[in-house]
Write a protein of this length. Sequence first.
Length: 463
Amino acid sequence: MPDKPHYRTVIEPFIIKSVQPIRLTTREQRERVLREARYNLFRVRSQDVLIDLLTDSGTGAMSSEQWAALMRGDEAYAGSQSFQRFEAVVKKHFGFRHVIPTHQGRAAERILFSVVCKPGDVVPNNTHFDTTRANIEFQQAVAEDLVIEEGKDPTSRHPFKGNLDTEKLKALIQRVGAEKIPLCMLTITNNSGGGQPVSMANIREVKAVLEPHGIPLYFDAARFAENAYFIKLREPEFRDWSVPDIVRKMMSYADGCTVSAKKDGLVNIGGFLCTNDDLLAQQEKDLLILTEGFPTYGGLAGRDLDALAVGLEEVMEEDYLKYRLAETRYLGDHLTEIGYPIVQPPGGHAIYIDAKSLLPHIPPSHYPGQSLSIEFYLEGGIRTVEIGSVMFGKPSPDGTGEIPAAMELVRLALPRRTHTQSHIDYVLEVARVVYENRERLRGVRITRQPPFLRHFTAEFELM
């Protein structure tokens, strides 16, 4: 048999069987929508959004096999067949002894940190995402970010910018003591740092640092398949490995994980928590019963568990992953051609615009990322999200100001199996107009904010 021809175009490895209409709006209508939403895009109704790149969490399209799996849902309260099928798939690919379903990833985080953390503890990570950090801090513990220096530089093309700095980890253990570190996390891929992957070599190194101190290693594994595919592409040792084998190898170094299945689970709702610790699993299940549901459904319907079991298999298909990364790279490469500074190289699930570099006339205190997100919506009905000082800024020690985030980013997150080539080309047309008018943006100020996760509900006004 001759080799398959190598074509430049990476096509979607699926056909469309169902569609949802989207509605064009006028600039005048969008101005009104933004005023009513207090310039917070989380408060904008979905019918007022043309292309929604706010998040890749739960926004993707399910396959025909997943829709068929919904019909097999066993809604028994305890011990359902749906849970059995879901548990078997997770154990097959992740290898952990205990699999605990939750309604989504932040529920898994809340349960985990409620059990393992006490006030004054420190949890290191490459970079904590918003809900992870909030759940740690809610327990009066400290979330410590230890990503490598290249991970803080949007222009660096390091192939694994999500790696954790092991020298900083060693210094942290020495400074606070192993007894104050209930676990160490690795976010794969590193969402807050531009969707950048973590290498297998770094996973091994982190494990080697932790093991002598008895500190468990956990993954925030929401995008485990994308991380595994990056390892296949960028680490020569794994070039000939299958993605499922790479996933099993990654997980073999961990003691547990949290997963928002709304990402690489390819479902609209769901998550899970895994551990190899029998005592910890029992404590987690006790808390699960109190707030989520019985341990064999964890706040999910049986049909959700069946759809998730199928999604966890489909997400590791290499044709899908090749297309997924190509779609993201296409958006990133063309934004770069326009002139946008983005986090390089393009990540797996999103493109991150460096708003600090794009809008140097807007200081962090006036939130350049939020200003850029507002402009994308105003110009073309595109919803994005700020990942900068709105999301991660902290009050200064003297209480008179704010410590800005390390980077001021705007994330364009691509829902899985959802948008066509023309949708992305439209985004790029809008992006070109926004870029040409960037100097007239003036920033925003916060007029109201909650004490936790303020980016979800804060209110703004234009400067």
